[in-house]
Design a protein around this ligand. Structure first.
Ligand code: ZN
Length: 92
């Protein structure tokens, strides 16, 4: 994460964090909308959802009903829908 962000991208990132904050507290049916919106905001200005947030939701079905566990150097996130994402713990 050493990329330099321009003002628009910084703003987008702030909004993404904010939307995730809201989504965590929201009903499941609204969560999906918040998460999709957050992703779209990022895509617009070429900012990806931060890794720490990526670990909290499923990017396939946009659910926050995921469970994460550490497995050696990996952090594995599993969703109800069956989607599995592995994160490398060694970097960052
Ligand atoms: Zn899912």
């Amino acid at each position: 994460m050493n990329k330099k962000l321009n003002a628009k991208q910084k703003l987008a990132l702030e909004r993404i964090y904010r939307l995730f904050e809201i989504a965590v507290k929201a009903d499941e049916k609204y969560q999906k909308r918040y998460l999709q919106l957050a992703k779209r905001i990022g895509e617009k200005v070429n900012v990806s959802v931060p890794k720490e947030l990526q670990k909290t939701y499923c990017k396939k079905c946009f659910s926050m009903n995921v469970s994460g566990k550490k497995d050696g150097n990996l952090f594995i996130v599993t969703c109800k829908c069956g989607f599995v994402k592995k994160f490398n713990n060694t970097k960052e």
